[in-house]
Design a protein around this ligand. Structure first.
Ligand SMILES: [Zn+2]
Length: 368
């Protein structure tokens, strides 16, 4: 029997506290305190809950996370940043950089988040599982070498990539980020590295502002090894699939990775409060199918998705379930209760979106 799809989950991920806020803004001054910061556990819990209620959870291989060691974290982050993060975590509050709230024990929980990605990567490479989704928290794709950013504390994906290189001798790895925000962290960490291909589709200049443009394509030896697809707000189902078909798949074919990572944010969905895109569960399903097929064709099916954003408590679970159904090849009886939106004309590919995709597709020829 073919190896199962893995799921990384730990209750402790939900105990990372992001504080009192209004949306993503800390309370204070004229900002009335809300009950929660927008990056709180509910959407993640509800993804796991729907996996359980649908029955799919029983068919997955649960991957037990372990904390990333300090040595593993220091392959990416600076000692100064790690010390600051530990101190804030001990104090029980702080900001790790820019809009990256720290609560009690956020450091050990962040270690468990990065370590969950490492554990999943190990299990895939060792053949214990076929592919995996790491439903970890806090997220990682905005984190930089010396600071946290955008709710992210440690660069989970990059820490797992460096583990694969150091321990498994893996060399060429590709990362595709479909979170609605730019994957600035991984882009920056591998901007000069020809052996890690980084790609991000996102809403143009959402967060970080003015980051993730078409002109950021890598530097030095890493030239051509980064592709951004900054889509205009309002991009939907057909547009996202066109990005995968015309940019991501050809780039993967050219690059020939040994493993594919997806930085998976469900905040590109129609109902997300922090994004203005219109992807549906079906969009995530078909993107997953395409990436899984590519991974099967190019690198023995080695595909690891790491959880990033996604703030629609009621809709993110259906996106998550669709992704897990495709990864595992097991369809449940659960439909998308909100799926009627997929028939709207605004889900079709629009001329002003084609312009951006054309420009991104032209960058594929420079991929190393
Ligand atoms: Zn995001």
């Amino acid at each position: 029997m073919a190896a199962k799809t893995g799921l990384v989950w730990h209750e402790r991920y939900m105990w990372h506290i992001t504080g009192i806020a209004a949306g993503a803004m800390p309370a204070g001054g004229f900002i009335e305190p809300g009950l929660f910061h927008i990056e709180e556990p509910t959407s993640k819990r509800r993804i796991r809950n729907l996996l359980e209620v649908s029955g799919l959870l029983d068919e997955l291989a649960l991957v037990r996370p372990r904390p990333a060691t300090e040595e593993e974290v220091l392959r990416i982050h600076t000692p100064g940043y790690v010390e600051r993060l530990k101190a804030m975590s001990r104090q029980g509050h702080g900001d790790a950089g820019e809009r990256a709230p720290v609560g009690p024990d956020s450091w050990p929980i962040a270690q468990l988040s990065a370590g969950g990605c490492i554990a999943a990567a190990d299990a895939i490479v060792n053949g214990e599982i076929r592919n995996a989704y790491a439903l970890v928290r806090p997220p990682g794709h905005h984190a930089e070498r010396d600071r946290g950013r955008g709710f992210c504390l440690l660069a989970n994906t990059a820490i797992a990539i460096e583990h694969l290189r150091a321990v498994h001798g893996m060399k060429r790895i590709a990362v595709f980020d479909w979170d609605v925000h730019h994957g600035n962290g991984v882009q920056g960490l591998y901007f000069h590295d020809p052996d890690v291909l980084t790609m991000s589709v996102h809403e143009e200049s959402n967060y970080p502002v003015n980051s993730g443009t078409l002109t950021e394509t890598g530097e030095g030896a890493g030239r051509g090894g980064n592709i951004n697809v900054p889509l205009p707000p309002g991009s939907g189902h057909d547009t996202y699939l066109a990005v995968v078909e015309r940019v991501v798949l050809p780039a993967l074919e050219k690059f020939r990775p040994e493993m594919v990572f997806v930085a998976s944010g469900f905040d590109s969905c129609l109902y997300d409060p922090l994004g203005r895109q219109m992807a549906m569960a079906e969009t995530y399903r078909l993107m997953t199918r395409a990436l899984k097929d590519a991974a099967e064709r190019l690198c023995g099916g080695r595909l690891l998705m790491t959880h990033e954003g996604g703030y629609s408590d009621f809709y993110a679970p259906y996106c998550g379930l669709a992704v897990m159904e495709e990864l595992s090849g097991i369809k449940t009886e659960v439909g998308d209760p909100f799926g009627f939106h997929i028939h709207k004309p605004t889900q079709r590919l629009q001329p002003h979106q084609v312009v951006v995709i054309d420009m991104a597709a032209a960058l594929v020829r420079n991929v190393p």
